[in-house]
Write a new protein. Sequence first.
Length: 283
Amino acid sequence: MAKLIDGKKLSEEILSSVAVDVKKLNEKGISVSLAVIIVGDNPASRTYVNNKKRACEKVGILSHEFALPEDTTQQELMRLIDELNARSDINGILCQLPLPKHLDEEPVIETILTQKDVDAFHPSNVGHIMIGDFKFLACTPAGIMEMLKSEGIDVCGKHCVVVGRSNIVGKPMAMLLLKANGTVTICHSKTKNLQEITKQADILVVAVGKPKMIKGNMVKQGAVVIDAGINRDENNRLCGDVDFAQVEPKASKITPVPGGVGPTTIAMLLRNTVTAAIIQNNL
Ligand code: GUN
């Protein structure tokens, strides 16, 4: 039986350390604040945004929500970001993705000032992650690295297989594992013989957005399995990209969904927001 990696507990530990840092800044007269933009009424995005705001409250970060209607134009959204870029009382800016289909995400991301880009989505911050010299962490991958560290899993020399090549998770995940001296293989929807590759993984990270796609016969006995997926199954229950019932007996350690990767992602976002405040105050 696999040991469950408790993302909720780890996130609480990270949030406690973030709260200490926020308090220290407050004592110097510096407040820490995050602007959260949400466009339209995607229910999953609404849940994520509410969770982020609640976490901000817990650690003493001021959150400002900007909820824009579904029919917001590209220009209106960019104008809001320009205003938030110019405000000295806003340290971090996050625009919840995905945006409604008529909006182009790339120019939106590129409009956010790099020093306020707490998601680390701006091409400049992505480039820093690629080089291995970064201030802002890619939130989901960084949370996963914290999990591996807290479980005493040494990535060095391990075969790490990342399934999924999104800008948010797959690509930066591969970079962080590489920086930790893992041997990294990235798989995606066009990969041939996926099972042959996933079966070689010592550490398997899955972020594809397909419910229960990774089956027991795709995982090596004793592998560490990290599931960054969050989906609804046929009974409308939350589930990951990994078929937990099949994979858990084979894995040595595995993250549950919910309660695994999700909470650590938010914790890393708030850590980035503190970093943004520190940078902007020249500390
Ligand atoms: N949509 C899904 N994950 C994320 C995230 O980490 N940040 C933002 N801004 N949008 C997302």
